[in-house]
Design a protein around this ligand. Structure first.
Ligand code: CP
Length: 320
């Protein structure tokens, strides 16, 4: 595997899941595969889970790891070609990427949506420069529009806890004070469609996700109705994807606190498990009692980030 952005990059999903469960039994099963190989993790944005779980995955495989926080200690990077670089950015990504590639075998990149233009974000301008100019296998550690390591970990978690052959999984929008990217809900919808689940997406009008990720999944604007009989509830905020109104892209259209996932919502479910990728704003996205309930899976989800990253790194190492 040379690039990891979409569920299709993994090939057969069932075999990827069975590899994940093998690795859950023994995290160190392939501990010599990455010997004398170096992973470079590049962060344009903050991270707790991705940073730690991906480093741990690399160590499970015997790799060396270098972590670069672009905004702390590196030269500020220009990303647009053709810009007269007379401002505060000292280095261009077009030199920086091939230079970084000299010191590693695999590259992981975290770069959020910038919300300057829907087109720039949805063409994954920064991630694609790494893919094009590094000459190394590259994986997204959450980029402008996708978060595949998270979605893979979410799917592993659903497989681990499913009680029904084909569980009902509800992806629900919930309020947040700031504009957040659509990367997590985009990938969650994409991966759930590829899995054997019944996916229902619920959000206020105006928050329609990009059709390339949602496909033919059911969208239900009545949140309580969507929750009825759910086996898993996956909460996440996202800003306006701008599908029908590109001028609204990245805006906060609603702060409606009636969408916060609370006991009243969970009462109409099939004793559903609660999921969120974290970090989560308590009592905005979800109430304390729901996230602290025995049915909350937020910690097992975070644990499975190590597993999803180990599978992805293993498959990239195998192609070197
Ligand atoms: N869920 C997730 O990606 O967390 P971080 O932003 O802390 O890495």
């Amino acid at each position: 595997m040379k690039v990891f952005r979409y569920v299709s990059d993994l090939g057969d999903l069932k075999s990827a899941l069975s590899e994940a469960f093998e690795l859950k039994q023994d995290h160190y099963k392939f501990q010599t595969l990455g010997r004398r190989k170096t992973l470079l993790l590049i962060f344009f944005n903050n991270s707790l889970r991705t940073r730690l779980s991906t480093q741990k995955a690399a160590m499970n495989l015997g790799m060396n790891v270098i972590v670069l926080d672009v905004n702390q200690g590196a030269w500020k990077l220009e990303t647009e070609r053709g810009v007269v670089m007379d401002g505060d950015k000292s280095e261009h990504l077009l030199e920086a990427v091939p230079v970084m590639a000299q010191y590693c075998d695999l590259i992981g990149v975290r770069t959020f949506a910038r919300f300057e233009s829907r087109e720039a974000d949805y063409t994954e301008e920064i991630l694609n420069q790494f893919i094009k100019y590094s000459g190394r296998p590259v994986f997204s550690m959450e980029s402008a529009t996708v978060h595949p390591l998270q979605a893979f970990a979410d799917l592993i978690t659903i497989e681990q806890y499913r009680r029904a052959a084909r569980p009902k999984v509800v992806l629900t929008w919930a309020p947040h004070p700031r504009a957040l990217p659509q990367a997590v809900p985009n990938s969650f919808a994409e991966w759930m469609r590829a899995a054997d689940v019944e996916l229902v997406i619920t959000h206020p009008e105006g928050y329609e996700l990009d059709p390339q990720f949602v496909g033919d999944a059911k969208v239900e604007y009545d949140q309580m109705k969507a929750f009825e009989g759910a086996d898993f509830v996956y909460a996440k905020n996202w800003s306006c994807p701008g599908v029908s109104c590109p001028e609204n892209y990245g805006q906060v259209l609603s702060r409606d606190m009636s969408w916060t996932v609370d006991k009243k919502h969970m009462a109409v479910t099939n004793d559903a498990f609660f999921m969120h990728c974290l970090p989560v704003r308590r009592n905005m996205i979800v109430t304390d009692d729901v996230i602290e309930a025995p049915t909350s899976l937020v910690i097992p989800e975070a644990a499975n980030r190590e597993i999803s990253a180990t599978v992805v790194l293993k498959r990239m190492l195998e192609t070197l």
